[in-house]
Write a protein that binds this ligand. Structure first.
Ligand SMILES: C[S@@+](CC[C@H](N)C(=O)[O-])C[C@H]1O[C@@H](n2cnc3c(N)ncnc32)[C@H](O)[C@@H]1O
Length: 257
């Protein structure tokens, strides 16, 4: 899988990116606690973190006592991300979230719980429903999938973020919350509840590094966004020489119907 210029931030730099959001135990806590609760109820033999990156989420679950009896596996397509997880002693499987087969990661006869944080947007708009369907096909009826996904309560907020990402030349795509709920229901997932999770603030300098944009492009994109969506709102703020954007996350507790 080719991540383009984004590959530069995979591996060792990942934990420092975006104010350390992806390596902050406090930020991860609501998701960790939600996964622990689902695991207490369903008693899985194994937890698979889909697009688990550097293994931080699984390392937090392990700190909370998971992992003694329950297997923890990080499935990701980036070698650089998995090498960091390996350094933490997390078991890794190289594969894609849209192509993996249950039998490759879950030993026969075992019960699984699937986890995920900040991955669904990589599928793009057209790829989202097929991805939800694929993950459902890898789960047994009654198994949990607990995911923290960037999505927006108001459709115009999702439109603003998607416009920004198109301007940054990436196909990543963010749904509105109601749309994601509908797609989950359509693809065989029972959404048991949806909880808020900490927002991620994206500074344009880091976005420039991540998506290969120079300072002139950043200024142009900032000016266009301010013109189209306003210079100061919950998803976008124009700043001297750049801008700041915010991803709003929710935790979805889903069960395979
Ligand atoms: C935003 S990062 C989140 C990493 C991790 N879940 C976390 O919260 O720290 C997205 C991760 O998904 C992985 N990824 C993106 N698309 C993928 C795909 N189709 N299959 C497997 N991994 C994918 C990337 O390599 C990256 O590690």
């Amino acid at each position: 899988m080719n991540f383009g210029p984004e590959q530069l931030v995979h591996g060792q730099p990942w934990g420092h990116l975006h104010g350390g959001y992806f390596s902050d135990p406090g930020v991860a806590r609501p998701l960790v606690e939600t996964i622990l609760k689902a695991a207490q109820e369903s008693r899985p033999d194994i937890i698979i973190d889909l697009g688990g990156g550097t293994g931080f989420l699984l390392s937090q679950l392990r700190k909370s006592g998971m992992g003694a009896k329950t297997g923890l596996v990080d499935l990701d397509s980036s070698e650089a991300q998995l090498s960091e997880a390996g350094r933490l002693g997390i078991a890794c499987a190289r594969g894609t979230v849209d192509g993996f087969c249950r039998r490759e990661v879950v030993p026969a006869g075992q019960k699984a719980l699937f986890a995920m944080r900040s991955v669904l947007h990589y599928s793009g708009e057209a790829g989202l429903t097929p991805l939800l369907r694929h993950i459902r096909a890898q789960a047994l009826t009654g198994e949990y999938w607990v995911h923290q996904t960037a999505c927006f309560v108001r459709e115009e907020e999702a439109d603003g973020l998607n416009a920004l990402y198109r301007k940054m030349r990436t196909d990543k795509w963010y749904p509105a919350l109601a749309d994601l709920r509908e797609r989950l229901a359509e693809t065989g997932w029972q959404v048991e509840s949806v909880l808020p999770a900490p927002a991620l603030h994206l500074d344009s300098d880091e976005l420039g590094l991540r998506y290969g944009l120079d300072s002139a492009e950043i200024r142009r994109i900032g000016a266009e966004m301010a013109k189209e969506f306003g210079a100061e709102n919950v998803i976008f703020q124009l700043r001297p020489g750049g801008f700041r954007a915010a991803l709003h996350y929710h935790i979805f507790i889903c069960r395979a119907r």
